[in-house]
Design a protein. Sequence first.
Length: 94
Amino acid sequence: MPTPEDTQARVIRVIEQQLGANNPKLNDHFVADLGADSLDTIELVMAVEDEFGIEISDDEAEACRTVQDSVDLLARKLGMVAAGSSDSEGGEAA
């Protein structure tokens, strides 16, 4: 089973590849900080699904606005505590 740190590194690598981002930070917002548009975010979700062999629902994808949101989601889906996460509870979109 991958560690939380491995998961975080893999997520960041996928983001770098998909968005051309240089060293994205956990608190970076996909749209505001990394310049992603709606097509970019769809492609990013598909790349993360492929990387981790999981499915991400539309609702889950929409709730992921930052790199940390994505790491937290994957940690929950993979059954681990996310690295660098202060509190994954309450991170859901209303």
